[in-house]
Design a protein around this ligand. Sequence first.
Ligand SMILES: Cc1cc2nc3c(=O)[nH]c(=O)nc-3n(C[C@H](O)[C@H](O)[C@H](O)COP(=O)(O)O)c2cc1C
Length: 338
Amino acid sequence: MTGSREDVAVTTSIRAALRAAVAHAVLAPSEHNTQPWRWRLHGEVLDLRADRTRRLPSTDEEGRSVLLGCGCALQHLQVALAAAGYRAEIRRGNDGDPEHPLARIRIRPGPEPDVRTTRWLAAMWTRRTDRRRFSGQEVGPDAVDRLADAARVYGGTVHLAVGAVRRLVLDAAHEADLLQRERVDYAAELQHWTHRLAGARDGIPASSRPGTPAAAYGDMEMRWMPPGTLAHPRVGPGVRDCSQLLLVSAPSDDTVSLVRAGEALGAVLLEAECLGLGVTPFAHPFEVPEVRDRVGHLAVGAHRVPTIALRIGWRLTGAATIPATPRRRVDEVLTEED
Ligand SMILES: Cc1cc2nc3c(=O)[nH]c(=O)nc-3n(C[C@H](O)[C@H](O)[C@H](O)COP(=O)(O)O)c2cc1C
């Protein structure tokens, strides 16, 4: 049965809106820029699935970062839809069968976009992971509250780790980094994703990695990455990097909770960009199960699980704009059916 001309026009415009939103969703961050998502547009419905062929088997053994990355993409999609005047109705699933993708999205006409939506839409294009040193000025409570509010929009929780909790997570990061780097397959994976061939549309290019091999700022040690070509801004004598540590937690480890944590992460990163903060996400303290199990509840409380840590700080004056990391084309990640 064919629909009326009006029905066809509605379907065409809904599909165009969903397609345009996917073009924004692909700007989302993902571990090693693997972009582990697949979209399917059928009728007036859009499905999001994890592309587990792009999981990092050695780094992300349990596929948690795949789900966080998909959550970030889903959050970006919602912002793009809201900016275009649509409200998304999302049914979340465990991705176990064709009827239960990670997210099944239908859209309806929504309100005029609010100021935050417009700011977040713009931030998608300028946000970058920043692995350089940050300034000596601490990120104050107002900015941390703004990040926490952003997470709450998606039902998420962030914790500022200070004192003994900060030490605990940083020690866990150090231990996890050593354990991961002992493994030959981990090193090969890192090498693969940081040395992509010219023209590749994924991975972490040299222009996103600082040129000095040191991965430590003050007491914060980041995941080790091969040095790249990104210059550090100059710092005055005696200026100490005052990066702070933020943790994004989830109520449990199940698929839906991790995708929701990813949505909160996406919002925190966009709000950080709006505030002018630099952020380095690092998931490794929670990727090694024995390390996560030992420190997790001490870091975020007995009834939550940590998902990812964020080093946050104010960018130094004179910090150059970091080039964008590449993304696969929309037609590589979106399948369209009638
Ligand atoms: C779940 C997740 C885990 C990540 N883990 C790390 C990490 O351990 N170290 C790091 O430097 N960047 C990490 N990143 C940042 C990605 O490498 C980055 O998002 C990706 O390369 C794309 O670059 P962009 O954020 O500048 O767009 C992570 C991002 C996500 C979403």
